[in-house]
Design a protein around this ligand. Structure first.
Ligand SMILES: NC(=O)c1ccc[n+]([C@@H]2O[C@H](COP(=O)([O-])OP(=O)(O)OC[C@H]3O[C@@H](n4cnc5c(N)ncnc54)[C@H](OP(=O)(O)O)[C@@H]3O)[C@@H](O)[C@H]2O)c1
Length: 323
């Protein structure tokens, strides 16, 4: 396993983060019990020490499953990330980023994880109803109380992230150290504003959807072979990936995967590993074999001309993942 320092935190993380959104029982493509433990066990075997979940994944089940599975291992080596914003259950003060919600939800997450401290606590989205200063003060207090080590943010507009970083600086509050944004070879809108901002501010970048929720792991005409492609799933690969040059990108991923003798998923991950601003993509998988493939992808070195060939058909798309 390769490790890298996450942004300016000093924490060492594996160059692959295991995404745990697929732990739970809410959807046909989710795992629980021994099946979920098997994924975490293999991840640890492979040297993965970086895990991403959220309070809202499967109503808290994902955190419970991850916490249980990791309790068999040395906590000192693990970097556990979770998130707040979306509701775990309906009702007032269950969502958003007010001090009340942040404090309550952090305690609930720690309970479910069975941990005293979260290594990386991320705001899942921007909250228009709470001033960012209030959120940052609540998060800063959580760091000072020893419940959180570092702060992160997720999909939002670059101007919002810049405002948050600026507010932290002028108010002397703990600042966001990471950005978890939507980025893959078929969705590159983040290159316009967010990624250059992250580079300039030394923010660690941990992209979600590195395989386009499965779109980049198989030829586009075979998309229906994954349960995730059922349009009733919230997390299905959106048809937007295929628009504006996306199908040609998918075909070039297939073509180059064949040339390199790797799978499409590995080729797509290799493209992300070629990007200096990426610290660790967050790979979602319910398969030990796919997890192993993701780790092997670290050995695939794409030539500069192949990176350019993959990127050439891409055209700007509507933003996917936040509004
Ligand atoms: N911050 C946010 O707003 C946000 C949003 C979405 C997700 N996330 C995080 O990012 C993680 C990953 O997101 P994601 O699962 O949507 O995206 P993803 O990693 O791009 O895609 C996962 C899909 O790809 C398939 N896959 C993985 N490896 C494969 C391989 N080698 N061959 C064929 N198919 C393969 C998986 O199927 P199998 O299960 O069969 O392997 C699954 O259907 C989540 O778990 C979560 O932690 C964050």
């Amino acid at each position: 396993m390769e490790y890298t320092t996450l942004g300016e935190t000093g924490m060492e993380v594996s160059r692959i983060c295991l995404g745990c959104m697929s732990f739970g029982d809410g959807e046909p493509w989710m795992l629980e019990g021994e099946d979920a433990d098997e994924i975490v066990d293999r991840a640890v075997d492979l040297g993965i020490n970086f895990f991403d979940t959220a309070n809202a994944y499967s109503g808290g089940e994902s955190e419970r499953i991850l916490g249980d599975a990791l309790s068999a291992y040395d906590r000192d080596e693990q970097v556990v990330a979770t998130k707040v914003f979306f509701p775990v259950e309906d009702g007032p003060n269950r969502s958003g980023l007010s001090r009340k919600t942040v404090e309550q939800e952090l305690d609930n997450s720690l309970d479910r994880l069975g941990m005293d401290c979260v290594d990386l606590y991320q705001i899942h989205r921007w909250d228009d109803d709470t001033p960012i200063e209030e959120t940052l003060r609540a998060l800063d207090d959580a760091v000072r109380r020893g419940k959180v080590r570092y702060l992160g943010a997720s999909s939002m507009w670059a101007y919002q992230f810049a405002e948050a970083l600026h507010t932290s600086e002028v108010e002397h509050l703990e600042r966001f150290a990471t950005m978890q944004n939507h980025y893959n070879v078929a969705y590159r809108e983040e290159e316009r504003e967010m990624l250059p901002l992250c580079e300039r501010e030394a923010i660690g970048v941990v992209p979600w959807g590195p395989l386009g929720q499965g779109y980049l792991a198989r030829p586009h005409e075979d998309l229906e072979t994954t349960t995730r492609s059922d349009p009733s799933n919230v997390h299905n690969p959106t048809p937007e990936y295929g628009r504006a040059g996306g199908e040609t990108v998918n075909e070039r991923v297939e073509e180059l995967a064949e040339e390199y003798g790797v799978t499409m998923a590995q080729l797509s991950l290799a493209w992300l590993f070629s990007k200096e601003w990426v610290d660790a993509p967050i790979v979602g998988t319910t398969s030990v074999q796919h997890l192993e493939e993701a780790v092997e992808a670290l050995d695939v070195d794409l030539s500069e001309s192949d990176v350019a060939y993959l990127e050439e058909p891409y055209e700007p798309k509507p933003v996917i993942g936040h509004s």
